[in-house]
Ligand binder design. Sequence first.
Ligand SMILES: *Cc1c(COP(=O)(O)O)cnc(C)c1O
Length: 401
Amino acid sequence: MTHYAKRFPDANGYFGAYGGAFLPPQLEPHFAEIAAAYERLSVAADFQAELRHIRKHFQGRPTPVSYARRLSDACGGARIYLKREDLNHSGAHKLNHCMAEALLAKHMGKTKLIAETGAGQHGVALATAAAYFGMECEIHMGEVDIAKEHPNVVRMRLLGAQVVPVGFGGRTLKEAVDSAFVSYLEQADHAIYAIGSVVGPHPFPKMVRDFQAIVGEEARGQFLELVGQLPDVVAACVGGGSNAMGIFMGFVDDEEVELHGVEPLGHGPTPGEHAATMSYGTEGMIHGFKCLLLQNEKGEPSAVHSVASGLDYPGVGPEHCALKASGRATYATADDKEALDAFFALSRMEGIIPALESAHAVAYAMKIAPSLPGKTILVNLSGRGDKDIDYVTKTFGFGDA
Ligand SMILES: *Cc1c(COP(=O)(O)O)cnc(C)c1O
């Protein structure tokens, strides 16, 4: 464990002023049970050995670090490298924490995984983990999202998960969370709730961070081997913040390495048109934890937008808020258009079709590279873009000017 990881969060799940667990009383004992189990298993040799085995023999880890030569040449300035989470099984970093959450459930004697999903990416990763372990899987999803994200609904069902349509309120992610919590409460004796990012009540921000830290651990060693020194900048997109925390963990104790989070600016800085929480949010509370939040005067989460549905969240992981407050990490934005340009550029120049989420981090690297000659930028390429190709080409064509 790194020096930093030992200090954060504190015993109550706080990263400075952010985090904690604000739960309805009925849910408190269940989250406390998960926290206690994780406390025990995180230092248990058999749990860690089984997780290492899964990462190597099922997920296909380690994923490589690649030098993006043609992209770097086209930008001029810094050399851009990619940590290839697009090559992780199921095509994104999400399986890193879903496999570990399912393994935790197994060690706790649970037989079922429950979660909500927005665009369906977390649902698919969790359904994959459930199939591997032979567990039941129940995914709550708003009816609006079910209609929009049909291929992911099909994937979840093929993987054996039950998709529960949520038909009240706005029928999207927020209602799916409410519905999943109600169902979990009824089944907590044999099920666990599996959160999809470094968000939610303690212990999830810490647990999901620890499970994603494999990305940074691998990347640090691989980068040293490939380049002979540490990167000058490490950049990653931030939705809830799990892929960014994952790669940041490998470098957080190396003070000379700059950590840059990249948030979606959507159509621009007008409220409702973006999801750049770190840049425009204020302190608030969502889904049982304290963080920076895009909110109205009443403290209700604002409507958010990004071309990448995986980045479309009005809150953000509490650890990112603390890293910003301490100055250890900085946060910038890329808008829809910049992300799309990067999506096409990486496809054409490197033969890698990135997820629209990851394209935000690539766009940011392309933007800063010209002003950093002689430096290196390591981008966490959090996922592949196969899921986005129909939407992108129908809406924007093939990127020929
Ligand atoms: C879900 C997702 C994200 C955003 O989630 P984080 O928790 O911020 O990492 C980013 N990239 C991909 C490919 C995703 O599927």
